[in-house]
Design a protein around this ligand. Structure first.
Ligand code: GDP
Ligand code: IMO
Ligand code: MG
Length: 427
């Protein structure tokens, strides 16, 4: 049995796409199970760069089953554009399968996302404005529409009419803006349905069958642990479960079927959007790392906030995910630094805190306690064997692993497949 869950250990953009692409070489199936097109996963293959938002990164191989599970929220316009974008670049999507239970992102979701952020003003969350939160709200409120319903025009028509009436009333009364025309939305979505029909499948069945026959299944997490709606820095989080358990729920797979859970850890920290970030570097060093690492959002192009590695947050991530290994990425971005720092504890009103607090209030005021290690000041992008890494780089990695209490299974030293140092068999 080989079902491996890969999740972000920090605030997203850890390099999950790169790690999944590397592991997918050995996989038979890659599954997305939560989030939506708020995700942006970049994969570099040779001279080419692919930016994926919804389709699992395994698609680039052509022969892997790629599944979008029930827990994902799908904007069909974006999904069809992505299929088209891949097609234009010679990548076929005939191995793509989509859960009929996946909820649809509707035009009013993106509109409400933007209006709500606007109204929050200085207190905004800094969402990706893709309608993710409003779509998950409707799912929980049981007024969401699902991909499968696109195949049943009569049911869709009735349910859409009821829901749209309510949304238009909300848009008019709460926000004083115009609503959406029922006929247009219905026609557009029925059109999407026709185009998506070939991809629909009972995905929980497909995934479980694959695991049971011994195929290698990879679960591609989106976002990161600190953006988890329960275990992240609420309310500055996304609306799904980026933690490993989310893979079971979103894909329809029992926890007993999961063999490994790997956390992708960026060698420093980044965050897009608002919310607390204890180790943030609001100085020239932060800008330098941003520039060296080209840290700009894959989805929204926003500059990412940069900070030192935070072992307090990572210990929390290791716990709530049950990591069996960590994959450390972007180590090369730190190549030129004289010294590197790791937050090992926080100080809050004079008191030392060793574990990540269970509430986000106060996180703005915590003072990280750092451990300083020497930098390696050598380019490491060409290194292919762990033993060939500079001593200081190995020391940094080993310290991370020790502080988190999880073995390191892979190190990434560049964007391409070749810039990867696996430390043990990963399946
Ligand atoms: P994801 O959302 O976790 O998949 O991460 P993103 O794709 O949004 O951002 C990660 C960025 O880092 C991408 O541009 C990757 O190509 C790049 N990347 C991944 N691993 C490495 C690495 O080891 N070194 C460098 N320099 N870049 C990396
Ligand atoms: P990947 O998969 C980084 C952040 C947004 C915002 C918060 C809520 O590429 O790692 P949302 O639109 O989800 O309601 O926004 O979550 N966010 C991400 N940050 N990487 C992502 O995905 C993210 N997806 C959402 O910036 O702070
Ligand atoms: Mg990303």
């Amino acid at each position: 049995m080989s079902a491996v869950v890969i999740v972000g250990a920090q605030w997203g953009d850890e390099g999950k796409g790169k790690v999944i692409d590397f592991l997918a070489q050995q996989a038979d199936m890659v599954v997305r199970h939560q989030g939506g097109n708020n995700a942006g996963h970049t994969v570099v293959v040779g001279e080419e760069e692919f930016r994926l938002h919804l389709i699992p990164s395994g698609i680039l191989y052509g022969d892997k089953w790629c599944v979008i599970g029930a827990g994902v929220v799908i904007d069909p316009r974006v999904l069809l554009e992505e299929i088209d974008y891949l097609g234009r670049r010679g990548i076929a999507s005939d191995h793509l399968r989509i859960a009929s239970q996946a909820h649809l992102i509707m035009p009013y979701h993106a509109r409400l996302d933007a209006l709500s952020e606007d109204r929050l003003g200085a207190h905004k969350l800094g969402t990706t404005l893709r309608g993710i939160g409003p779509a998950y709200m409707d799912k929980a409120a049981r007024i969401g529409l699902r991909v499968g319903e696109l195949m049943h025009p009569a049911t869709l028509a009735t349910r859409l009419q009821r829901v749209l009436e309510e949304k238009n009333r909300l848009l008019a009364r709460a926000y004083d803006v115009e609503g959406f025309a029922y006929d247009e939305v219905l026609e557009t979505y029925l059109g999407y349905g026709e185009q998506l029909r070939p991809y629909l499948a009972n995905t929980a069945l497909l995934i479980n069958q694959a695991i049971d026959r011994g195929d290698r299944v990879l679960f591609e997490g989106a976002q990161g642990t600190m953006l988890d709606i329960d275990h992240g820095t609420y309310p500055f989080v996304t609306s799904s479960h980026p933690v490993a358990g989310g893979a079971c729920i979103g894909a329809g797979v029992g926890p007993t079927k999961i063999s490994q859970v790997y956390g992708v850890v960026k060698a420093y920290t980044s965050r897009v959007g608002d919310g607390p970030f204890p180790t943030e570097l609001r100085n020239a060093l932060g800008s330098d790392i941003r520039d060296r690492g080209h840290e700009y959002g894959t989805t929204t192009g926003r500059p990412r906030r940069i900070g030192w590695l935070d072992a307090v947050a990572l210990r929390h991530a290791a716990r709530v995910n049950g990591f069996t290994g960590i994959a450390v990425t972007r180590l090369d971005v730190l190549d030129m630094l004289e010294e590197v720092k790791i937050a090992v504890a926080y100080r809050y009103h004079g008191e030392r805190i060793d574990e990540f607090p269970d509430h986000a209030e106060g996180l703005d005021d915590v003072e990280p306690e750092y451990e300083t290690l020497p930098g390696w000041q050598t380019p490491i992008g060409a290194v292919r064997k762990y033993a060939d890494l500079p001593v200081a780089a190995r020391h940094y990695l080993e310290r991370i692993s020790t502080l988190i209490g999880v073995p390191m299974v892979l190190v990434s030293v560049g964007r391409e497949r070749a810039n990867t140092i696996p430390l043990q068999p990963l399946f």
